[in-house]
Design a protein around this ligand. Structure first.
Ligand SMILES: [Cu+2]
Length: 189
């Protein structure tokens, strides 16, 4: 064959190539397409929470990033929370909200003492309708200034009535690791 190791230079060359070359060319395209589909499927799985990042990787990701990693969507108190942080929890102020624009407030408390934790770095990284079977339906979350210590607020738009889930992560001063909580929110029309 003429072009053992060189790719085809133009379409005409492809057209006039003998069977072997053409088959290899088509196989290459098919392979690429399959990889593309696999990659998209994997990404979709991550988005839906079907896949979780293996702990081997997740454990070594900087805390600032960890909150943004995809994680399984169903557990309330995420399994990834280190033991020292099990004493901390988020509480949603008002488990019910009206449909439309809203400011959600969560309180971060140290459970044994009941004290609010004011200086945590809090990420509200996802608000979605996974509990209503719509894990891909998400809405915006915009951090707002705190109005009292230990209270963290986020502006959002609750576009649909039903069951929502707020995924939060926090770095607590003096504690290693990242606290991860998922809070249920009921939105009424
Ligand atoms: Cu929905």
């Amino acid at each position: 064959m003429m072009h053992q190791n060189t790719p085809f230079h133009d379409f005409e060359e492809f057209e006039t190539a003998q069977g072997g070359g053409r088959v290899r060319w088509i196989t290459g395209i098919a392979l690429f397409a399959m990889m593309l589909v696999a990659a998209v499927a994997l990404g979709y799985g991550f988005g839906r929470g079907t896949w979780a990042v293996p702990s081997v990787i997740a454990d070594h990701v900087p805390a600032a990033l960890a909150g943004w990693l995809p994680h399984r969507g169903t557990n309330s108190e995420a399994a990834g929370t280190p033991a020292a942080l099990k004493d901390y929890a988020f509480d949603l102020v008002g488990a019910q909200a009206k449909q439309g624009e809203a400011v959600l407030a969560v309180r971060l408390v140290h459970k044994p003492t009941g004290k609010p934790i004011p200086d945590a770095v809090v990420f509200a990284h996802r608000l979605d309708m996974a509990p209503a079977g719509m894990p891909t339906m998400t809405t915006e979350l915009e951090p707002q200034p705190a109005t009292e210590p230990g209270l963290y607020r986020f502006k959002t738009n609750l576009t649909m009535a039903g069951d929502w889930q707020l995924s939060l992560a926090a770095k607590v001063q003096g504690e290693t690791g990242t606290l991860q909580n998922q809070l249920a929110l009921k939105v009424v029309p």
